[in-house]
Design a protein around this ligand. Structure first.
Ligand SMILES: [Zn+2]
Length: 167
């Protein structure tokens, strides 16, 4: 992961656990876990928030990464090329209010990254393909990290709004 990914994730933890790392701790923390891929880092954060009462030590991320490699061996060998737009994920996420929607809220959408082919074998071609520049050109802001809001409220809300997408 890069520093931007790390900062985004660690801020989420700092907010949730009401804790503030000083710049030295922040830097040390990053150095200790920077080799963990971005997508594993994000999932680890979700898991930690779900299950841990305390702000995690870097070792908890390392343990998570080790276990992830044991349980997902097929993904380690996947050919991922470096891509500054999607950080190797092959997917770009952004918030948008669905066209014709009558409610005032934005939802998270995704496209296949138009700058690489890291989506191959993972995401079907029915998902539109755009570059980060194309999205920004039409006024959308690409989300630096995928953060799922899995709360039941949101899920119910999205289900309730599906007709607003039109046929
Ligand atoms: Zn890409």
């Amino acid at each position: 992961m890069d520093l931007q990914d790390f900062t985004f994730g660690i801020n989420r933890l700092q907010k949730f656990y009401n804790k503030k790392l000083n710049p030295d701790q922040d830097e040390e923390y990053f150095q200790r876990i920077k080799n963990i891929p971005q997508k594993v880092f994000i999932r680890a954060i979700d898991d930690i928030i779900d299950t841990s009462r305390f702000f995690p030590a870097p070792g908890e991320f390392k343990t998570y990464w080790y276990q992830w490699q044991v349980t997902n061996p097929e993904q380690i060998d996947r050919d991922v090329t470096y891509c500054p737009d999607c950080h190797g994920e092959g997917v770009l996420y952004f918030n948008i209010k669905p066209r014709g929607a009558t409610f005032d809220r934005e939802y998270e959408y995704m496209v296949r990254c138009g700058s690489c082919e890291n989506w191959k074998g993972e995401i079907g071609k029915w998902v539109p393909k755009k570059t980060k520049q194309q999205l920004e050109y039409i006024g959308l802001t690409v989300i630096p990290l995928r953060v799922w809001d899995t709360s039941e409220d949101i899920a119910r809300d999205v289900r309730g709004q599906v007709p607003a997408f039109g046929g």
